[in-house]
Design a protein. Structure first.
Length: 124
């Protein structure tokens, strides 16, 4: 079992890469005016979520998962909660604060991954 500090560090590394992906997609879509800001943020989140889900399971929480993966319903719960956050926050935050859109879900995600990876009902 790795320490909480080491796990948070690993989560942070994956999070930084995911955040970079999120920001790159978000800024590109917003600046090209391809979608309204809320939908642009949701799109960017989906791309970052796909990367993050895979990396968090194989890198950050692999010891808690003990060779297993999260069940599809766990991933669906993560996706739904984060999608709601991404769209709601993206629709209401001013463009000046766009960078916050990629950071706010991190606290929620760490908590959910930690809970799901340690609970047998959420692993397959």
């Amino acid at each position: 079992m790795i320490s909480l500090l080491k796990r948070i560090s690993k989560f942070g590394v994956v999070g930084i890469v995911s955040t970079g992906i999120h920001l790159l997609v978000l800024m590109s879509v917003v600046h090209l005016a391809l979608l309204p800001q809320g939908l642009a943020n949701l799109s960017a989140f989906i791309v970052a979520f796909l990367f993050s889900t895979s990396a968090q399971q194989s890198f950050t929480f692999q010891d808690r998962l003990a060779g297993q993966k999260l069940k599809n319903r766990s991933l669906l719960i993560l996706f739904i909660i984060n999608s709601i956050l991404a769209y709601a926050l993206g629709s209401h935050i001013q463009k000046t604060f766009l960078a916050l859109l990629a950071f706010i879900p991190s606290i929620v995600n760490f908590s959910l991954y930690h809970f799901f990876s340690g609970h047998p009902d959420f692993k397959r």
